[in-house]
Design a protein around this ligand. Sequence first.
Ligand code: 4AD
Length: 431
Amino acid sequence: MQQINIINAKDHVDEKVKIGVWLTNKRSSGKIAFLQLRDGTAFFQGVVLKNNVSEEVFETAKELRQETSMWITGVIHEDSRSKFGYEIAVETIEVVGESEDYPITPKEHGIDFLLDHRHLWLRSSRPHATMVIRNEVIRATYEFFNKEGFTKIDAPILTGSAPEGTTDLFHTEYFDRDAYLSQSGQLYEEAGAMAFDKVFSFGPTFRAEKSKTRRHLIEFWMIEPEMAFMHQEQSLEVQEQYIAFLVQNVIDHCKDALDTLGRDVETLKRYTQLPYPRISYDEAVEMLKENDFDVDWGVDFGSPAETFLADHFSQPVFVLNYPKSIKPFYMKPHPTRKDVVICADLLAPEGYGEIIGGSERATDYNYLYDQIIKAGLDPKEYGWYLDLRKYGSVPHSGFGLGLERALTWITGEDHVRETIPFPRLLNRIYP
Ligand code: 4AD
C-alpha cells in the first residue's frame, strides 16, 4: 500500500492508501464518524462507517482527541461537496501520539492567546494558507531573479554599518567592539553589483523601531536586488515586473490557500497589469492637499495618506523623488534640484502602504563622504563602501522589498504579524 500526502489525493482516487495525519476536529453519531484531518500538506475529511470497520476502529475513532497523530489507511473518493474535493473512507487507525487537551479549539480566541500559542497555531488552516503563499513568494523570487540573470550574494547579519539611520539599530557586542544586527544588506549588495553586475540578497533584517502598527515587525525579511549600469527608471521596470510575477505565481499556484483566506483573485489579477502609475512626491503632496490632508512639503506620508494615494489609482503606485532630508545618505542627488533625491517608494493599494523602497545610488566619492559625515556616521566604518566609488564607479540602482509587507497585501491579511512564522513585535519574542 502506498503512503501518500493529502495534497496528492487526486492522483489516488479509488486506491487504498496510507497517510500520517493529525485530527483537527471530529463529529460522530451512532453509525458514522467524520474526522477532519490534516497532514501538513492539506486538510480533508475521513469518514469512518461503523458497518465497514471493526468495532475497535470505530470506538478508537469516536474517542480521538484533537491533534492526536495517527496512521490511517483507507480508500480515496471524490467528494464534490467538500472544499478539498476528496475524502478518505477510513479502514484502519493506528494512534501514534496521544494529545492532551489542545488549547486551540474551533471557537474564537483572542489575538494575544493565539500569538502565545503560535507554535501550535501554525497548524490551523489560516496561518497554514498564509505560509503556503509565503513559500510560493520566496520560490517565485528565486525564479524571477535567476531568470533575469541575477546572482544571489548573501549579506552579513552582523555589521558595523547603519544604512538606514542610527535611531533603530540593534546593538550587540562583537568581542571587544560594537556591532549591529543588519538593517539592510544594501551596501554589501552594491559591492556585489560591482563584481557580478546584477545581484540580490534575501535575509532577515532588524529594526528596533518602537512602532506598534500593523505594518511594523522588529525582525523582517527583505529581498534586495542591486544592478550595475542601471538608472532608476530601468530599476522601476524591474520592480513592477517582479511584483506582477509574484502576484501571478500566487494566483497560479496557491488557489486553495487564497480561497481559505477569502482573498479575491479578480482583485489580485488587476495587480498583474503593467505599468504601475508613477507620480512625483511633489504631485503626491498636491493631490493630498486637494483632498484635505494636512501635509506640508518635506514630511514623510503617514499611513492614511499612503492609503489614499494607492487607492486613488487602484494599483500599486510609485512615488518618486522624495525630499533629501527624509531619505538615507546613499541616494543619488537630483541633477537639477538640490532638495530631492532619485528614489521611489512603491505603495500598495487597499491600505497596505509601502512595500518597496529603492533608489539610484550616489556615485561620487566626495559627495558620499560628505553625506556620511552629515548623517553622523563614522567614515572609517564606510571606507570599504567609499572604495566602490574610487575604483570604477558606475551608475547603479536597487531596491528592497519587505517580504512580510508584500505578503500582507497579497494575502489580504490585516496585520504583518500573520505573514511570518514567529513574529518579533515590540513586546513579543515568545515563542
Ligand atoms: O525603505 P527601507 O528602509 O529601505 C531599505 O532598507 C533599503 N536599504 C532597501 C534597498 O534599497 N536595498 O525598507 C525597505 C522595505 C520597505 O519598503 C518595507 O516593505 C520593509 O522593507 N520594511 C519593513 N517591513 C516590516 N517591518 C518593518 N519595521 C519594516 N521596515 C521596512
